[in-house]
Design a protein around this ligand. Sequence first.
Ligand SMILES: [Zn+2]
Length: 201
Amino acid sequence: MLTLQKKSNLTTSLEFVNTVSWRESTAAKEHLLSYIDLLEWGHKQGILDHQEYESAVSDASTSPAEAASVHHRALELREDLYLIFSSLIDERDPEVDAMARFNETLSEALSHLKLIRGESGYELSIRDGRCLEVVPWKVAVSAADLITSEKFDRVKRCASEGCNWLFLDESKNRSRRWCDMSNCGNIMKARRHYARIRTSR
Ligand SMILES: [Zn+2]
């Protein structure tokens, strides 16, 4: 496993896929509207430290067109990851084109991989001086880590209609069905309750 974060986190690529809410519904909501949104997301997830975040913001302000193109490609990567994860969850072969594009991004990321001396010893880095692509690259590596990990069979899609968020079911008996019990879980429970009342009338 190639951990590129200070804290190993297998779910980074799932969190990335989940930056669209209600993807398969008419109420779909995009959370990454700009390149800066992408950086802020990466910072919150801990895949960019403060210094990396600041320098990427400043690189983006000197090369806005390039930053916009990285943002566009990052969203393409996200949709490819959604297709790949969904196919694997449904035990189907992923679409060849999505897999080819993902592998291209992964190879590009890995071609920048270096062992560097960090604050607390040696660490892996894919940052190469000025680098706008560090967030999608780290997401691609994290997705490869997850897909090849023994925990991949715990990756699930939320059972709430139209939600389609992905999550890692870490429950003992693998019984988790919703991305978030306080949100989708309750919506579905209320719906079933309502349906029961209706049929009993
Ligand atoms: Zn959900």
